[in-house]
Every structure is written in structure tokens, then in C-alpha cells.
Design a protein around this ligand. Structure first.
Ligand code: INI
Length: 177
């Protein structure tokens, strides 16, 4: 005879939280660079397609994206920020500094502000690679970043409301929690 009670299978399964892809009711900001504008504008078009409640903020180059994203995130008016730009490798190490700072900075802003900031910057070795990632052969990285922003905004809302639920549980059942 088994000493163990049968446990319903679904109790053992962890609940997987995945942000919905529904942009309704959220506000999104796009920060985009003017460098390589003929391509960056395609990323902005792609992102705009997937978002609502939009504010678009232009900066000179990808290097300036993190600072502008931080200002926007700290303003408290937006649920997520999408940073868009195109950096193409040239003959000098300049690419590495610009692309590196943009990537690192965007990540830092996300962590520091608690507002999800997407990295929708195309970093390409050639002009052809960049063109393909701005809506030609390899998708539109602006649209993809926008979808990630929608997913993260939904997920953050869910995580936040789970925290509130737990606070209520603690108040209602202090002897249990
Ligand atoms: N900015 C870009 O967004 N893409 C590039 O390809 C680029 N290149 O090649 O130089 C670029 N440079 C400008 C940089 O982002 C800053 O705006 C500038 O250095 C002033 O801080």
C-alpha cells in the first residue's frame, strides 16, 4: 500500500507566465536615431504598426539612444520604450564604440528604471545586411522590437498585479503566509 496521497498533476506543474501580445491600454515610446535615416525610418514604420499610445522621440545617433530612453522611462508616462537605430560597420573601430554603448546603455536603462526598454538597433557588417533587417529579406527589427515591448508591458503588469495579490493575501491570512 502506498503511503502517499495522489497529487493532482496540475498542482505539480509550474504556472508559466507569458506576456500577451495585446497593445491596448498601454503607452509606448519609441526613441530612434537619425543616422542612416533611410533605414531607421523603416524600423520606425515597423514599430508604429505594432504599437498604440505612441510617443516618438528622435536623437542624432545610436550612441544617444540610452540617454533619451532613460529620460523617457523616468518620465513615468510610458509602459515600455523601444530604442531603434542602425549602426553599420565601417573601416575604423567607431562601430564597436557606438554599437557597444547603445547595447550596454539600453540594458542599463531597463535595469535602472524598471521600465522595459527594447534593443531594436540593427548592428550590421554591411549595408546589405542592414537593409535586409529593415523590412526586406530578414524581417523588420523595428516591428519585432515593438512586439517584444508589448509582451514585456503585459508581463510586467501581470507580475505587478501578482505582487498586489500577495500583499492582500498577507493581510487577509497573516497566520498562513
Ligand atoms: N550612429 C548611428 O546611429 N549609426 C552609425 O552607423 C554611426 N556611425 O557609423 O558613426 C553613428 N554615429 C554617430 C553616433 O551615434 C553619435 O551620434 C555621435 O558620435 C555623437 O555622439
Amino acid at each position: 500500500m502506498s503511503l502517499f496521497l495522489p497529487v493532482p498533476e496540475d498542482i505539480l506543474k509550474p504556472k508559466v507566465h507569458r506576456g500577451k501580445l495585446n497593445a491596448k491600454g498601454f503607452r509606448f515610446a519609441i526613441v530612434a536615431s537619425r543616422w542612416n535615416d533611410f533605414l531607421t525610418s523603416k524600423l520606425v514604420d515597423g514599430a508604429v504598426e505594432g504599437l498604440e499610445g505612441l510617443g516618438v522621440f528622435m536623437v542624432p545617433g545610436a550612441f544617444e539612444l540610452p540617454a533619451a530612453a532613460k529620460k523617457v522611462a523616468e518620465g513615468g508616462s510610458f509602459d515600455a520604450v523601444v530604442a531603434l537605430g542602425v549602426v553599420i560597420r565601417g573601416e575604423t573601430p567607431h562601430f564597436d564604440y557606438v554599437a557597444g554603448e547603445a547595447a550596454k546603455g539600453v540594458g542599463q536603462v531597463s535595469m535602472q528604471t524598471g521600465v522595459p526598454v527594447m534593443f531594436g538597433v540593427v548592428t550590421a557588417n554591411t549595408l546589405e545586411q542592414a537593409i535586409n533587417r529593415c523590412g526586406v529579406k530578414a524581417g523588420n527589427k523595428g516591428y519585432e522590437a515593438a512586439m517584444s515591448a508589448v509582451e514585456m508591458a503585459n508581463l510586467y503588469r501581470e507580475i505587478g498585479s501578482r505582487g498586489e495579490e500577495q500583499e492582500l493575501e498577507k493581510k487577509a491570512f497573516p497566520h498562513v503566509v
